[in-house]
Design a protein around this ligand. Sequence first.
Ligand SMILES: *Cc1c(COP(=O)(O)O)cnc(C)c1O
Length: 230
Amino acid sequence: MLLDNISTIYKRISHAAMRAGRDPSEVELIAVTKTVPAERIKEAIDLGIRLIGENRVQEAKEKIELLRSKIPETVQWHMIGHLQKNKVRPAVMLFDMIQSVDSLELANRINRIAAEFGKVQRVLVQVKLAEEETKYGIKERELEPLLSEMMNMENLLIEGLMTIPPYLEEPEKVRPYFRRLRELKERMKERGFNLKHLSMGMSGDYEVAVEEGATMVRVGTAIFGRRIYR
Ligand SMILES: *Cc1c(COP(=O)(O)O)cnc(C)c1O
């Protein structure tokens, strides 16, 4: 089951990349494991998954502690959910990458705590492309000023942009948002900010995201099945 799901996703990523004239190896699959128990995450890792995405610091901490001695050191944990200010310290301790930087204040705090640990924290800036009350992320026009400030933070490595578009049944309807994030990355390049990653696309729309330039897709349900929230 898990193996079939993962193989299918890799195949679809490859095809989508090739349709867009891209090299499939530019695209990384992040297995999103919120609500998924540690044993099942371990199975996915045994099948070759190396990037894990979690939304909540406490949940991730419990699983990482359970799994640490049982999985290869090459496994990376990515924070993909909103990071509360009071959770920055454990987040910097636990995560290889924080994909959800959505304010100057948060960036500052991550930088300061990373400095305490002697760590350079890899981060993405989360951009909100639609007016939605419910989602986090900075507005497009706030991106350049924020990047300018973040460039001076010595313990941050800014690797790119992340977005969670509005939920729409039809993947094609999400395409304009993915395209806009790619254009934003290109615009930032012209201004001197070289951003490597675009983290975009989930179970329902990752192929469209890859066609539009995603370098990281975050897939949960299509790997592990429907989430059961407790
Ligand atoms: C849950 C989640 C995903 C994965 O969603 P699926 O539809 O299950 O693939 C991706 N990104 C973020 C930020 C999430 O919270």
